[in-house]
Design a protein around this ligand. Sequence first.
Ligand SMILES: NC(=O)c1ccc[n+]([C@@H]2O[C@H](COP(=O)([O-])OP(=O)(O)OC[C@H]3O[C@@H](n4cnc5c(N)ncnc54)[C@H](OP(=O)(O)O)[C@@H]3O)[C@@H](O)[C@H]2O)c1
Length: 192
Amino acid sequence: MIVLFGNKGDLGSYLENNIKNRKIIGVSRDNCNMESKEFIQKFLEGIADKYGKIDSIINAIGRIELGNFESTDISIFNKVMNDNVKVLYNILMASVPLLSRAGRGRFINISSIRGISGAPNKSIYSCSKYAVQGLIDSLRLEYKDSGIKFTNICSGLIGESVTKDDIVKAICFVLDLSDATYVRNIILGGLL
Ligand SMILES: NC(=O)c1ccc[n+]([C@@H]2O[C@H](COP(=O)([O-])OP(=O)(O)OC[C@H]3O[C@@H](n4cnc5c(N)ncnc54)[C@H](OP(=O)(O)O)[C@@H]3O)[C@@H](O)[C@H]2O)c1
């Protein structure tokens, strides 16, 4: 069973409808408060109690914000950091103990090609996605004996060099792997 954070977003709703043959529970603002790790933790524990176990958690929550560096004031900076980094931090804080207790499980985060290379007019967005990369890379090593496998999907702009279906295929590729292995990053399209 998969828990999908961000199932009301453009990509998240596509993932919910197109990852086949797996039960998916969608999580959005409608049923969860992403600003509270305690809320998310209770929410996930409720799902685990009801369905027995959570095999994988996917995060498709995020905020794309483009603009010239000097035009991105502190309120934009704070919003992008909150939605891309702090929300992920909250989700991980709630997910890691649960998957750790189970001794297995995948955490797949939808990041961006901007988490591994910068670009003009994407400085704040890229800054947030580099933070995401550091967080996921660190947890992969810190929890290497826990059974949790972390993957960061670094996608280029959807509709330009990547389709939503490519992301579905990338996620299914990771989900179909044996528990013995992991994929650190999947880089799809984009300009490096
Ligand atoms: N679209 C692309 O071309 C592309 C390319 C590479 C990577 N990505 C990444 O893919 C992810 C999804 O992108 P998308 O295109 O699907 O964007 P989207 O349509 O804007 O979806 C993002 C979802 O996240 C939710 N969200 C944001 N902040 C939240 C918060 N604090 N609490 C709860 N929900 C929150 C949004 O809800 P609200 O609408 O209610 O705020 C929305 O449902 C992002 O991380 C993005 O960086 C996208």
